[in-house]
Design a binder for this molecule. Structure first.
Ligand SMILES: Nc1nc2c(ncn2[C@@H]2O[C@@H]3COP(=O)(O)O[C@H]4[C@@H](O)[C@H](n5cnc6c(=O)[nH]c(N)nc65)O[C@@H]4COP(=O)(O)O[C@H]3[C@H]2O)c(=O)[nH]1
Length: 597
């Protein structure tokens, strides 16, 4: 039976029956030790009177706990020949005697490593000790029972490992699908009104902790958050870790109202945002949650999870630290996102992306000193798409890394080609996303791309945003310095829209500040924007940085910038972004730009 993988209870029952067949007038019993090692629970006792078996179910392991409790305690056989007169039975004899049980010989069942698994006992209706045959049989039975119990424990452990997350001990995706399917089935079968809800939880700022304190602290944080979530739900619910900082909470048997779910979501949010102390630092973790509910939002586990994910994504997009219930509209959006994601991937493979270039002009000399490379996508169905339609999706999905590498490669190659064609040497500036910048081997990749293109590093400028730099200032400075040593320059893009501290700004190896075009756009009507622009210009000058204004469209804007001492400008007033051929024409005819100065 053991080899056939029968359930443990059946195996133990069979063993005890076989013994009883061989030994006349004897009742066999097997008790199993519980996980805390302090109590013994019913395993098998086919012939012991039911009331007696129930009375000893769960007895404590201890020095004076009848034959079994004491055998387990001592880890050795305890032979009680006369229950009525043995001190070990003083607390139990009133339970045994009414059933005619007069003697009890118990032997501990030990694993091959010597751990206690349970006890095997033989009861008889006579006052006596076991004979040699009974002792030999007991030895063999105890060995077989140990094999059966250990095998079950191993199976349980394998099941646990396959169905749980090793870090937090929470159920994993496999178990979630199983439980979710069962919960939906239960609701359907019992024609239940209550809902089954799936809550997708994603921590908003987990990466910051991982980056700042390393993976061990990150793991610790995940365990703390997991424990807090478990504390917020009922035992019939389940908290599941999908991986990384993604969790799913399965809420079953809830009243059919979003209010009931909202109460739990508020509780979860409060528990997660409670400060967490790690390595002497205090962290405030927030989370975004999305909810999908059976039966409205999906008929199977797959659909519910996908829709809860879409709702979570919506919560993230609308400012994080919040929750959203799924709506059908989100579904359409989610499908569009998946389709777009695939299209970007194949677009890279099919060379559908290309670069336009926009000149950057020195306001004193009127010369083009640099060009900004701006990516475009010739989509096979939708036509030419501007980066605003695909960059953020490429960033979310990680596709910005291969796309960004391609852009950098192409921009360097093109700049070198212009130089080789005898055009004035100028710098090409390339936008860099946070994800690219945070890649461990990013400096090596830039170095390799420069080498392959043959472009000297001083003709490459990387544009990074304020928010990217502020995410992890120390790492940003280290990466920038490494590249600066090669000769690469840096500009801070969209300056004025983030929250750079002045003390941080001072430490950054930055050549240029780019005033965000939103300030330039409203310059004519907005006194505040005018003040910001002149403040950024004087700040740049004090910090020995060049200041370039973006989005310059009119003569008036240019006049204001010049009057305030702005060094450089870029915008439709000089030229829209153009293809490499048109850019070469502009470089060959500097008067085209000079007439706008
Ligand atoms: N209204 C107006 N707009 C002007 C004017 N002058 C320039 N622009 C537009 O302003 C954007 C300037 O680029 P950005 O701030 O780096 O903003 C860029 C940049 O953040 C991102 N982007 C573009 N190419 C790349 C790339 O290769 N990698 C990454 N990561 N992001 C890119 O997409 C954003 C938008 O790019 P584009 O659509 O090409 O839009 C460009 C440009 O066409 C003007 O006078 N008026």
């Amino acid at each position: 039976m053991i080899a056939m993988n029968s359930p443990l209870r059946d195996v133990l029952d069979k063993i005890t029956r076989l013994i009883e067949e061989q030994l006349e007038g004897v009742f066999a019993s097997i008790l199993l030790v519980d996980s805390d090692g302090e109590h013994l629970w019913h395993g098998a006792a086919p012939s012991l009177p039911g009331t007696y078996a129930r009375a000893i179910d769960g007895i404590a392991i201890g020095p004076n706990m009848g034959s079994c409790g004491t055998a387990a305690y001592r880890r050795e056989s305890v032979i009680v020949a006369d229950i009525a007169n043995d001190a070990l039975w003083s607390n139990f004899r009133d339970l045994a005697q009414p059933h005619g049980l007069r003697s009890c010989w118990s032997t501990p069942i030990l694993s091959h490593q010597g751990d206690l698994l349970g006890t095997f006992a033989l009861y008889s209706g006579e006052v006596r000790e076991p004979g040699s045959f009974e002792r030999r049989l007991t030895e063999r039975v105890v060995r077989i029972a140990a094999i059966a119990i250990e095998r079950k424990q191993n199976e349980d452990e394998i099941f646990f490992l396959a169905n749980h997350d090793a870090l937090t001990g929470l159920p994993n995706r496999i178990l979630l699908k199983d439980r979710l399917t069962q919960a939906m089935l239960h609701t359907q079968l019992h024609n239940h009104n209550p809902w089954v809800s799936v809550v997708f939880v994603d921590l908003d700022n987990f990466k910051t902790v991982n980056d700042r304190l390393g993976h061990t602290a990150g793991d610790e944080l995940l365990k703390i958050v997991a424990g807090r979530m478990v504390g917020c739900v009922r035992p019939i619910d389940a908290v599941v870790r999908l991986g990384g900082d993604e969790f799913v909470i399965l809420l079953v048997d809830l009243p059919a109202s979003t209010d009931a779910i909202s109460v739990i979501l508020h509780k979860l949010r409060a528990a997660i945002t409670d400060p967490i102390a790690l390595d002497g630092h205090e962290f405030h973790i927030t989370c975004s949650m999305g909810v999908a509910t059976f039966p409205h939002d999906g008929n199977d586990a797959e659909a519910l999870l996908m829709n809860a994910d879409a709702a979570m994504y919506q919560a993230k997009n609308s400012g994080r630290d919040s929750f959203q219930f799924f709506t059908a509209e989100m579904n359409t959006k989610a499908h569009e996102r998946f389709a777009m994601q695939d299209a970007i991937r194949s677009g890279i493979a099919r060379s559908e992306f290309y670069l336009d270039y926009q000149p950057q002009v020195d306001l004193r000399s009127g010369h083009i000193f640099a060009v900004e490379a701006l990516v475009r996508w010739r989509h096979p169905v939708l036509g030419v798409l501007s980066p605003v339609h695909f960059i953020s999706l490429a960033e979310e999905t990680g596709l910005i890394v291969p796309l960004g590498d391609w852009v950098l490669n192409e921009a360097c190659r093109q700049n070198k080609a212009w130089q080789d064609a005898g055009l004035p040497h100028l710098s090409v500036s390339v936008n860099v996303s946070a994800l690219q910048f945070q890649e461990k081997d990013w400096p090596q990749r830039v170095r390799r791309i420069l080498k392959e293109s043959g472009l000297e590093a001083e003709y490459l400028e990387l544009e990074v945003t304020e928010s990217l730099l502020m995410r992890n200032v120390d790492q940003a400075i280290a990466t920038m310095k490494e590249l600066q040593e090669l000769g690469v320059h840096f500009a801070i893009d969209d300056f004025g829209t983030g929250y750079s501290s002045l003390s941080t700004l001072k430490c950054l190896p930055v050549t240029r500040l780019k005033i965000d075009q939103s300030f330039v756009r409203n310059l004519a009507h907005d006194e505040d924007d005018r003040s910001i622009i002149s403040a950024v210009i004087s700040l740049g000058q004090r910090l020995n940085m060049m200041v370039i204004a973006e989005g310059v469209e009119t003569e008036d804007q240019l006049a204001f910038l010049r009057a305030n001492g702005c060094d450089e400008a870029q915008g439709y007033h000089f030229s829209k972004p153009v293809d490499p051929g048109a850019m070469a024409d502009l470089l060959n005819a500097p008067e085209l730009i000079l007439e706008h100065i």
